[in-house]
Design a protein around this ligand. Sequence first.
Ligand SMILES: [Ca+2]
Length: 83
Amino acid sequence: MPEKRLSHLSPDVRAQLKAVFQEFDLDGDGFLSAEELRAAMVRFDEHLTDGEAKALVEKHDRGGDGRLNVDEFLRALDAAALG
Ligand SMILES: [Ca+2]
């Protein structure tokens, strides 16, 4: 799978964020739903409403299935929390 470089996430930070992804993938399906994303973002002091979480998922969801895989999650965080 081709992987676009994230502008300002170090490999260490990415590894940590992947662990966060797995922690918040509550049903273990390998994707974060809007609800799971909302819970994850609290970790970064980003308190999203349901609507904001859904909008964030839709913005970064390239698969069009309403969920984020780990790369999409990293991009969402990059844009929303850490940018
Ligand atoms: Ca999930």
